[in-house]
Design a protein around this ligand. Structure first.
Ligand code: GLU
Length: 516
């Protein structure tokens, strides 16, 4: 089995195309097949190397490594269409010689006039066939005179042609609705339908799996296979990915590219797992209509290798699938929770840097600190990008912010809480940093003994004083995390963290002023 993903490098990798790549990859990996990556860059104005590079990066990020193709090479290259023009030219000579294709000299104006006349007469516009029967000597004369024709396929009249789509079943069409398509433009650039057939054939592709937006191209491609006397591969056209309003997923729905989801803080394995669930399921999917995502179910959380083992084209739904970011977030939470601490630090790092919480090269101690702090933090996030916000109490607490918040000011200025806050500051003056849960607990006990407050009346003011917030993670975890970060040297790579002692002092100072 040989499959291929054939992106045009004219922009970002859309999640719909990423899903096409994924289904190809799953099929190849599940069947010991070969996954080919071919770059279709014949649109010379719109194709760029930057876009190609981004697509390659996105595929690698998703873990969809190809076996043959650009960068890694292979026996059936080159794998960039602009490097294959000699191959296309040689094949065009063959079709012209056999009469399966012909030169067409019709001007744009003449074609446009024909088109308008056909529309006016209420018939679907197609090439009228003016040059189909030009005598060979006339063709030679015009070529000799320097005219630059296009090359068209001579489509046989009155024929029924069909192909068996692996997802949608038999597709039949009539050649009389197809005008002779252009194979090669007058500037020598091959049309998509033409290059794709030559490439798929010469690359020994056995299964063409692509988006359903190409289904109207396939009849033309089947005719081109016929013209060469080649057997077409199997075809499978995947339904489109839709937005919540059932229109194809586009910019106006929000993020659409793999890069955007990456920047939003989704893990690659979560995006991969989720994309596979659009139109396919490790469980069998009911067919018909638009497949809205069903309630998330843990038996859908399947790593890529296992999905590959279970993946069958015959199980892919032909109904369109709706992209549901809530469900993606649910899948992401699952993979975030399963992340080893080292990996979590690595994945969160770009987001921590962007938020200014990581400022340089991390020392071993700072790295160890993050490995402890991040796992409990991700328990309450959907995405990596939300992590910095969850660390606000550690990095950004100030006494000013507390006293600018009326509810917190009211709480701390009440006599009982005030006594807790002041005792906390006094006792912290004589103890070392609270680097362990035991040290924190011992101090809390001293504050209790000094003030007679206990339970919520003790711990809530302590929380406000040390974290600047009325709620948050367990103090037993948070307080030691604050003081362990506060003792890190300035060159540890983390943004500086104010110690519990300094926090309590600043609050006590404000409270004393407040009552004065
Ligand atoms: N270059 C085409 C695209 O990006 C590929 C279509 C195909 O797979 O045949 O849509």
């Amino acid at each position: 089995m040989r499959v291929r993903f054939a992106p045009s490098p004219t922009g970002h990798l859309h999640v719909g195309n990423a899903r096409t790549a994924l289904f190809n990859w799953l099929l190849a990996r599940g069947h010991g097949g070969t996954f080919i990556l071919r770059i279709e860059d014949t649109d010379l104005e719109r194709s760029t190397r930057e876009s190609e590079q981004r697509i390659l990066d996105d595929l690698r990020w998703m873990g969809l490594q190809w076996d043959e193709g650009v960068e890694c090479g292979g026996d059936t290259g080159p794998y960039r269409q602009t490097e294959r023009f000699d191959i296309y030219r040689a094949h065009t000579e063959r079709l012209l010689a056999s009469g399966a294709a012909y030169h067409c000299f019709c001007s744009e104006e003449a074609l446009e006039a024909d088109r308008r006349a056909q529309l006016a007469a209420g018939v679907p516009p197609r090439y009228s066939g003016t040059c189909r029967t030009l005598p060979a000597d006339e063709v030679a004369r015009r070529l000799g005179a320097g005219q630059t024709p296009v090359v068209r396929l001579r489509v046989p009249a009155h024929r029924e042609v069909h192909f068996d789509d692996e997802v949608r079943g038999r597709v039949t069409f009539h050649t009389d609705v197809i005008g002779d398509p252009v194979l090669v433009r007058s500037d020598g650039v091959p049309a998509y339908n033409y290059a794709v057939v030559i490439d798929d054939h010469l690359m020994h592709v056995t299964h063409v799996i692509r988006g359903e937006d190409h289904i109207s191209n396939t009849p033309r491609q089947v005719l081109i296979y016929e013209a060469f006397g080649w057997t077409p591969p199997a075809f499978a056209h995947l339904s489109l990915v839709l937005g919540p309003d059932h229109a194809p997923l586009s910019k106006r729905h929000g993020a659409t590219s793999v890069a955007e989801f990456r920047q939003k803080g989704y893990l690659p394995e979560a995006l991969v797992n989720y994309l596979a669930l659009i139109g396919w399921s490790p469980r069998r999917l009911p067919d018909g209509g638009i497949s809205e995502q069903t309630e998330p179910s843990s038996d859908e959380l399947v790593p890529a290798a296992e999905m590959a083992r279970r993946f069958r084209l015959s199980d892919v739904s032909h109904s369109a699938g709706v992209f549901d970011e809530q469900k993606l977030a649910w899948v992401n939470r699952h993979y975030l929770k399963g992340c080893e601490p080292e990996r979590l630090v690595r994945e969160a790092l770009p987001f921590l840097r962007q938020a200014g919480l990581v400022t340089g090269l991390l020392s071993d101690a700072a790295d160890a600190w993050l490995r402890e702090v991040l796992p409990p933090t991700v328990a309450s996030v959907d995405r990596l990008s939300q992590i910095p916000d969850r660390l606000t109490t550690i990095f950004h607490m100030t006494a000013d912010a507390v006293f600018n918040t009326p509810a917190l000011t009211d709480e701390l200025t009440a006599p009982a809480a005030r006594s807790v806050a002041l005792a906390l500051a006094r006792l912290l003056d004589t103890t070392g940093p609270l680097e362990t849960r035991e040290q924190f607990r011992a101090l809390a006990t001293q504050v209790r003994d000094a003030t007679g407050q206990k339970g919520k009346a003790l711990f809530h003011p302590i929380r406000v004083v040390l974290t600047g917030a009325a709620e948050g993670p367990e103090l037993d975890l948070l307080v030691p995390a604050i003081d362990r970060a506060a003792v890190l040297p300035a060159d540890a790579g983390l943004s500086p963290v104010v110690s519990c002692r300094s926090r309590a002092f600043a609050i006590a100072e404000r409270l004393t002023r407040h009552s004065a």
